[in-house]
Ligand binder design. Sequence first.
Ligand code: S3P
Length: 447
Amino acid sequence: MTEPLSELCFVSAKAQVIHGSIRVPGDKSISHRSVIFSALADGVSNIEGLLEGEDVLATLAAFRAMGVQAEGPVDGKLTVYGVGMQGLEAPESPLDMGNSGTAMRLMSGLLSAQSFTSVLIGDESLSKRPMRRVMLPLKLMDANCSAEQDGTPPIEIHASEQLNGIHYDLPVASAQVKSAILLAGLYAKGTTKVVEPAATRDHTERMLNAYGYVCSAEQGVICLTGGGKLTAQDISIPADISSASFFMVLASIIPDANLLLEHVGVNATRVGVINILRLMGADIELLNQREAGGERVADIQVRYRCLTAVDVPPEQVPLAIDEFPVLCIAAACATGVTRFRGAEELRHKESDRIFAMSEGLRAIGVKIDEYPDGMDIEGGDIRGGKVDSQLDHRIAMAFAVAGAVAENPIEISRCENVATSFPNFVELANQVGMRLSINNPIIGGRN
Ligand code: S3P
């Protein structure tokens, strides 16, 4: 994907009243997987609720480049004509995964099992992210894949004669690594077994079973046997709890706020943000809980309540790994010092999120201490000022939420990647009462 030509800034000023009812876009993790499994299935899959963000569109473009026909997405609806497990064709050029670590890591596993050569590339941020964590287990499965000397992309993958199942103890709690191994395992001889050090999101396991491929998961041991097939499904994707989390924190910190977030996925491996906010005293209710598309879904009601600092329980960290930036804003508004530890993985996301949040919070007047694996954040008044999103969508949106309570506006630079996960963030933010504008210095205007 080409780098953006202009630099997009957000300016977030003090919000008035926060209220309303919104549905945030589809879950990013589930959207990627729905495209992957639909493409590999026998038959036609109809997907609804798909996230039309750049990350998922990168995954879809990769399958189109490998001969998969698809109609859409339009209004979250996508029809995929599956080519079967052996139906992918060699792409003519490198597959561009844009900003998406999920796309690159999951596709590495899948492409390692194909009978053709492929190359995976990404944008500036993705090109710096660690890929050894997937290369290593895939090589143990006899895949012929490699990253650069320092373990970063591009990734080059050649056909290998036969992948072999492995028993792999994950050194880091990572759903992306787990999923890459499982995707390769679909084609491997024998059984592939992955053992997790801590629970991570289980959408791959759930969706495999939904598409008729038996994948067992018991007490952190995930198992499947190669050589099966996937059957097309109609699938409904819930709203992304990671996107909803910006609004959960927003409503928790603005006096008198009352927000309803509709049809949000509340899979037990994703609800760390709710658990942590509730520990801090937040008023969050899960209404109308139900099953949809093999996932637990609820409407989430959030009302303002004073937050209190906590020591974030380490077992919640992998369950809230993408919500750390906005949880830092909650911590900055809470009474006392909130401590995050055991979150070293945050240094390997779209940016080094511990560094990005530390720098940004300091710049807007929040007292913090940075540690290799976390931060201490002292709650208090937020002054406002200028911060750099480090081209990271979640850093940009977290500081936009901070602007809603700050004494002076917060100007956030380099926000273009918000479109990777939440294309209509600005629109929904203003709809519920935030005062968030876009300032494009190249065009010079504001809207
Ligand atoms: C994801 C897994 C997580 C998460 C990412 C999405 C996935 O990454 O941070 O946004 O869809 O599997 P890790 O597996 O690196 O923890």
